[in-house]
Ligand binder design. Structure first.
Ligand code: ATP
Ligand code: MG
Length: 366
């Protein structure tokens, strides 16, 4: 997977930026606040359909303007693809691939695979379950468009069911419809749960291989799926659906009392551990950083295993956070992966012979 070039119009502080990238390393450097991350954000948007920093498209529009336009030229399995994302204030953004408008955001997935790694990824370890679900959901959505559709369905069903729970006593007949929503919810949830369980096993195996090399004490990292209700390691789709349906029925009084659905994939978590001890509770800063690095490299490998292609890698400000050993390790692990590195000092890495350098100043490439 190669991003050949990028054209930005009124995207963040880029009024009119055009860049031709190198197939290997691209160093995007410059002082703080000049628009380096904005470039990675635009590329990531073309891969996943969303910004890694905001869910509001209006924030991406250049101050004082009323639209943004991104054109990315991608080489995907030898085929040229042009991904175009246009947003006009207060309208739904329009996405086109090779000039064909996409009816659903899910159809964008697979045109460009990208892994982004920024200092905020430490949140995956340090913060709550939402950060870990987001990490898995974004990767899984890229490689399985059906997963992305299921997530959208889940959000819709939960919204409807929660409205129902809040109004159940005030409107006649609502109680009769709850069964239908429970069945729909259990169907979609079981698809999501199966995918998450499989993903965690694969990611954990790949991260373990990485982490043993990265750590001098040969630490064992694990990334385990923690479903919001008890399922067996081998339960199949219909068993998971049945278990969840029974729990939904059993918990209906509680759900009505609190006014929302208390169990389900929206409450799942993942346990990240080192040598069987929770990384969040007991890991040192260094262990947490190394673990995130192992997970990210594992994510690249997983996308390659599942799709036959390497994703592009976006490294936002992480090189300066890694010590020399980890920097070397990362560089060795990503050979053959097109990489975009943002940093304030361009000459820190010995990549002068193979990398292309772009200096960014006030929303322009110098
Ligand atoms: P750092 O090294 O600090 O990470 P950076 O070069 O990565 O900096 P970016 O995050 O890419 O910086 O860009 C930040 C700049 O973009 C800020 O100056 C901010 O004011 C500007 N900016 C953000 N959103 C918009 C917008 N919608 N319109 C115009 N400018 C914006
Ligand atoms: Mg930045």
């Amino acid at each position: 997977m190669i991003v050949k070039s990028l054209c930005l119009e009124n995207f963040r502080n880029h009024k009119d930026t055009k860049i031709q990238f190198s197939d290997s390393f691209n160093i995007i450097y410059g002082n703080n606040g000049q628009g380096k991350t904005n470039i990675l954000e635009a590329i990531y948007l073309c891969a996943s359909g969303r910004s890694h920093r905001t869910s509001k498209d209006s924030e991406l529009v250049l101050f004082g303007s009323d639209f943004y336009n991104i054109n990315t030229f991608v080489l995907n399995s030898g085929l040229d693809k042009v991904i175009n994302i246009k947003y006009l204030n207060d309208q739904k953004k329009q996405i086109m691939v090779n000039e064909i408008p996409l009816k659903k955001l899910g159809s964008l997935m697979g045109n460009l695979y990208a892994v982004i790694f920024s200092p905020e990824d430490l949140f995956v370890v340090k913060q709550g379950p939402g950060e870990r679900r987001r990490f898995v959901d974004i990767t899984l959505s890229q490689i399985r468009p059906s997963y992305f559709y299921n997530l959208q369905q889940l959000a819709r069903i939960l919204k409807q069911r929660n409205i129902l729970l809040k109004n159940i006593y005030s409107k006649n007949g609502l109680m009769d419809t709850i069964d239908i929503w429970n069945i729909k919810l259990a169907e979609v949830a079981s698809n999501i749960i199966l995918e998450r369980r499989k993903f965690a096993v694969l990611l954990s195996e790949l991260a373990q291989k990485q982490h043993r090399f990265l750590t001098t004490d040969k630490e064992i990292i694990a990334f385990d799926y923690n479903c919001s209700f008890q399922i067996d390691e081998n339960s199949n789709k219909s068993e998971i659906s049945d278990i969840y349906l029974r729990l939904l029925e059993k918990g209906i009084d509680r759900d009505i009392a609190i006014g929302y659905t208390s169990l389900g994939p929206h409450r799942d978590d993942y346990d990240i551990s080192i040598n069987n001890k929770s990384l969040k509770l007991y890991g040192s800063q260094g262990q947490q950083r190394s673990s995130v690095l192992s997970l990210k490299i594992a994510e690249i490998e997983l996308i390659n295993q599942e799709t036959g292609q390497y994703p592009i890698l976006l490294l936002d400000d992480v090189m300066s956070e890694l010590d020399e050993n980890r920097q070397k390790y990362l560089m060795n692990s990503i050979k053959g992966v097109q990489t975009f590195i943002t940093c304030t000092n361009a000459y820190k890495f010995s990549l002068e012979n193979i990398a292309k350098y772009f200096k960014i100043e006030n929303g322009s490439v110098i």
